[in-house]
Design a protein around this ligand. Sequence first.
Ligand SMILES: Nc1ncnc2c1ncn2[C@@H]1O[C@H](COP(=O)(O)OP(=O)(O)OP(=O)(O)O)[C@@H](O)[C@H]1O
Length: 341
Amino acid sequence: MTTKPSSTHRPTLDDLERRVAEDRSRPAYGHDALITCDRLVRIFSTDGVEVQALQGLDLLVREGELMALVGASGSGKSTLMNILAGLDTPTAGAARVAQYDLLAMSAKDRLRYRREVVGFVWQQTSRNLLPYLTAAQNVALPMQLSGGRGPRGRRARAERVMELLEMLQVADCRDRRPRQMSGGQQQRVAIAVALANDPAVLLADEPTGELDSHTAEEIFAAFRTANERLGTTVVIVTHDQAVANEVRRTVAIRDGRTSTEVLRRSEVDAATGDERVVSREYAMLDRAGRMQLPAEYMQALGMRDRVALELEPDHIAVWPDDSETRDGETRDSAPHDGRRD
Ligand SMILES: Nc1ncnc2c1ncn2[C@@H]1O[C@H](COP(=O)(O)OP(=O)(O)OP(=O)(O)O)[C@@H](O)[C@H]1O
């Protein structure tokens, strides 16, 4: 690896003071994000066995985003969602949503957080709605429970209920109980319930998991409507590639950490004038400079244990470890003669 010759210049007291002042004035990690997870850890202990469900997960979500979280089974998605929903507490790290510190909330703040700051929609349609209440009563309930906030009085609440049911195209279900509705209708009513108190964030854990692909598309459109019309920030955990392809940003979780993310943007073809979506995958880099290489890249090049790095003017090259084949040789500016990238 090429390294710069170390400087013999010793910092003076003034230099050190200036560095400390610069560090202090630097904005904190995630200062402009609505959701900040900073080195989040969640360890479960069952019968003396420890499972590290989250292993230092970093995630920033900006206000107004509509994004998806994907990952293999057991990667930690639901653990993260339960923490963001205020249902579970992390073991270590930091998690902040709309100024609420999720590790240091009092019981009273936690209750308010769950009623007014986040709304959630779960995969099991039966978990989202009370079976003995009609759609309209289900949507009105969070407003009644939250007391002070939101529309006051029966009439104002009834108007808000109808606005939400109409926006989500289930106004005709207002007087039906969940068992009198289809799975898709139930999930749309569940979104209305989650939006009742105008939360900053809408969280959904596999909301289309129990639905056929056509209905899943309609449910995804309902989340988009909430995001575009109400400005609600939406985070959806999904296995559904079609849903993941529809959002601008998809973050992948692997082994309890965010590993890669795909960003999509629309581009207009200069020749034809047609609009097309261009996507690009990025690896996550933490503040200490750590990143995870995609497993398939490592497999393809037989990389393990250590790799050789090379700083180029505009990128960093990564090579498989060739120290044994090059036994005795000294590495200068490139692992082999000439460039290999
Ligand atoms: N309450 C718990 N007690 C013990 N271990 C748990 C608990 N909840 C989750 N885990 C473990 O933590 C890890 C992450 O689980 P999690 O449910 O967050 O994964 P997931 O990505 O949501 O998976 P899936 O897609 O299957 O729902 C798994 O190894 C799981 O067994």
